[in-house]
Design a binder for this molecule. Sequence first.
Ligand code: PHE
Length: 495
Amino acid sequence: DGETELPKTLLLILDAEGEFSSLKISQRLGVPHQQLVGAIKSLQSHEGLIETTDLEIKNLELTKEGQEIAKTGSHEFRVFEHVGTEGILQSEIMKFDFGKVGVSKALSNGWVAIDKTGGSVRLLRKAESVVDDVQKMLETLALGDSTKVSSNDIQQLKKRKLVSEITIKALTVRKGPQFKTTLEKPELDLTAEMMANGSWKNKTFKKYNFDALGIPPNSGHLHPLLKVRSEFRDIFFQMGFTEMPTNRYVESSFWNFDALFQPQQHPARDAHDTFFLSDPAISTEFPTDYLERVKEVHSKGGYGSIGYEYDWKLEEAQKNVLRTHTTAISARQLYFLAQNGFKPSKMFSIDRVFRNETLDATHLAEFHQVEGVVADRNLSLAHVIGLFTEFFRKCGLKNLRFKPTYNPYTEPSMEIFAYHEGFKKWVEIGNSGIFRPEMLLPMGLPEDVNVAGFGLSLERPTMIRYGLSNIRELFGPKVNLEMIYKNPICRLDQE
Ligand code: PHE
C-alpha cells in the first residue's frame, strides 16, 4: 500500500544516489512535498537508517491570479484573442476584467494597435500570431521548476503579483550507519519472551516519540482529596474566611519555626522530622527589625516572658526546609497583618506540608493540612472552642471533646476529638489553641489582639469519608486510578 511503498521507494533512490533533497524527489515523483516529508519522517523512526539535515529553500508559488492565468491565458493573450481578425471596439474590450491590463500589455508587446480612422477607437491585430509566454512561464513555475525561467522574467511576474516567494522547509537525506534497503516493521514493545529467548538482540525497536500528544482523556476526574478540600473551602467561605496564599512549599526555618516561637533545639527541628534543602540551602532575606525581635524573645524573653534563655543563631533560622505545617503560612500572614494596619481577620489555608516520618498505613512524608485562624481583640479560649465547634458542626461532627495539649506557639492548646460512629470510639480530628504573645507581639500586633487557630489534616477526613483504611490507597504511586474515576462527589453532612 501507498503508506509503505513511498518509504521503500525512497530507500531505493537513496541506495542509488547516496543523497537527495526532499524537494527534488517530490518533483520527480510527482508526490506532494508534505507527503514526501512524512515518508522521510517514518524512515527516521528506524534507528540509524537514514540521516537528515534541514534545508530552507526559497521557492516561487503562483498567486491566485497567477494560477488562473496558468489555466486560461494571460490578460494580453485574451485581449489578442478577442480582437480577432476583425478588430474590436476598445470600449467593448474594456468591459472585461482583463481588459485594462491586457490592452496596455498587448500594445507594448506590439500584438495590437489602436485604429481611430473610422471615427471610433478600435483595436486591430498587429501580429499574425503570438505566443503566450506569461502563461507558459507560470505553467513551468507551477511544476516547481524555477531554473527554466530567467530571473528578469521572474522579477516581472512578481511585479504583476502573479507569483510570490515562499520558503520551503525541506530535508537533505543521506544514508545512516545502519542503512539498508529493506524495511522491517520495528517492534513496539520489548516482551518478556524476547528477553528470555534472546531474540531482542536482532530486532529493531521503534523509537519513543516523547513529543506525541497522546490520546486526550474524555474528561478529568477530581481526586477525593480535592473534593473534600472544596467542601472545606466552602465551609470556610460560608464562615467569612479568606484564603491565604499557600504556594511556598520551601520555607525558611525562620518562618516555619522561629517566628512561631519554636526553640532552635526543639526535636521537631531535627532532620529526623524535617526535610532540609541542600540547594538552595539557606534563605538570606528577612525583615531585619522583626528578626531581631524574634532573636530577642527566644534568647532573652520580653513581653512579660523570660524566653528560652539560649544562644539564638541566625544560621539555624536561615536553613531552608520543606514546610512542616501550614502554620508557617499563618505566621507570614499575621506578620503582614501587623505591618499593614491591624484589622480583625479570618483566614484559612489548605495545602501540602512535608514531614520526614516513618511511613505506615496512616502516615506519608507529605500530606495536607487545613488551618483556620481568627485575629481579633480580646479573644478567649471560648472563642477557639466556638470557632472549631462551628467548623466541625458544618462538617457534620457535633459530638466533640477537647484535651489539653502542648504546641510551642499556642497556649492554651487543645486536641480535638470526635466520636466516630463507625469505629465506635473517639478519634483525634484536630489541634487548636491561642497563639502565644511571644509569637504575636514581636510581629507588631497590638497588645489586646489575640489569635485563635485550629488545624487538621485533609487526609484523615477524606479516608473516613471514602472508606479507605490505608493512606497509600489515597495518595502516591499505588493509587488505583479506577478509584479516582469512580469515587462519588463528597458530601459532608451539612445542615
Ligand atoms: N500546626 C498545628 C499542627 O501541625 C495545628 C494548629 C494550627 C494548632 C493552629 C494550633 C493552631 O498540628
